[in-house]
Ligand binder design. Structure first.
Ligand SMILES: [Zn+2]
Length: 333
């Protein structure tokens, strides 16, 4: 599974530019799926037909990663940028941004120390393309970039850019590969543009109209030195079953089914109450006539920075939990 994670996290795919990631996933899933389809927005729908006795279940993970867009180029050839998704300017200085055509730029800040307010901080950042004249700048306003970072296997822990949410994609691929029989009709959907407002999941859920919808994504980890406002979820303590986040309340019966399945299968779990951010689960919950939605999240340190970190056992246990859930009838209280 680590090879797939390396392949996925090193691939280029900021929001709206998920083509490379989609091709990698397509190659991995094709021989395990009943149908594979790409919709007009770019979402990848992978259907696994069941025995016909179950429900229609949609599982979603997003293919896009946080990135940036060039918003202005000054007369000296330095670029200004805007975020594609939520970026923390303080974590960007000294990083390299790689563009769709392979161009690489360095991110630095005009003023130190950083001004406190985030909007000010963003105006403070610039891109250096290593050119001496504006005419030599190799990109244009509107061009997008992702971070350039290799995957590192630290053994128990994995370090990479874009673990949000390529790790969710890897979990879904692995689950599909290992899933033997299921009563359910399962749509594994690899979505686009989550980081800019869960846009792919909205249209995908509208198309699938699932009974039950589950997002596989990352969540914060409360075990780091910086203040995390009493956040319970910790890296290495098992998958986090979503209770709520800023965009949704997970369906209580769905949550309970996940908890009972984890206990019955000796899979450690945590309960996630996230006060920042949301996932594709929110989009699936309210799309069309709505669905019973919930989420399983993998704790991730340094979320939304170019160096995200997850525990490999948490990842494997997320696969185990998803397999246990999908192999059996849904029990909703
Ligand atoms: Zn995510």
């Amino acid at each position: 599974m680590k090879e797939t994670i390396k392949l996925l996290t090193e691939a280029y795919g900021p929001s709206g530019y998920e083509q490379t990631v989609r091709e990698i996933i397509k190659n991995q899933v094709e021989s395990y799926a009943d149908t594979v389809e790409v919709d007009p927005l770019g979402n990848l729908h992978v259907l696994k037909k069941g025995t016909g006795d179950g429900l229609k279940i949609m599982i979603a993970a997003h293919m896009d990663e946080i990135g940036l867009m060039v918003s202005f180029i000054d007369k000296h050839g330095f670029g200004r940028l805007t975020g594609l998704g939520t970026l923390f300017p303080q974590s960007l200085v000294g990083n390299r941004a790689i563009f769709t055509d392979g161009t690489v730029a360095v991110i630095n800040a005009e003023k130190w120390p950083f001004p406190e307010r985030i909007d000010h901080s963003f105006r403070n950042l610039y891109l250096d393309f290593g050119v001496l004249r504006k005419e030599d700048v190799p990109v244009h306003v509107g061009d997008v970039a992702a971070f350039q970072r290799p995957f590192v296997d630290l053994g128990e822990t994995l370090l990479a850019k874009s673990l949000d949410d390529r790790i969710g994609c890897a979990v879904m691929i692995e689950t599909l590969k290992q899933l033997k029989t299921t009563p359910h009709e399962i749509y594994f959907v690899f979505t686009v543009q989550e980081e800019v407002g869960t846009r792919g999941a909205i249209t995908s859920a509208y198309k699938v109209q699932p009974d039950v919808a589950i997002a596989i994504d990352v969540t914060d980890s409360g075990d780091v030195p910086e203040h995390k406002q009493h956040f319970e979820v910790k890296m290495g303590q098992g998958p986090a079953i979503k209770v709520m986040d800023i965009g949704m309340l997970a369906h209580p019966n769905l949550r309970e089914w996940m908890v009972e399945t984890a206990i019955a299968n000796d899979i450690p779990y945590q309960l996630e109450i996230l006060r920042l951010g949301s996932t594709d689960a929110r989009a699936m919950q309210v799309a069309g006539a709505g669905s019973m939605a919930g989420g399983i999240s993998i704790p991730c340190r340094h979320l939304h920075t170019p160096s995200e970190m997850v525990n490999y056992q948490d990842v494997q246990q997320t696969v185990q939990l998803l397999l246990a859930l999908l192999s059996n009838p849904v029990v909703l209280g």
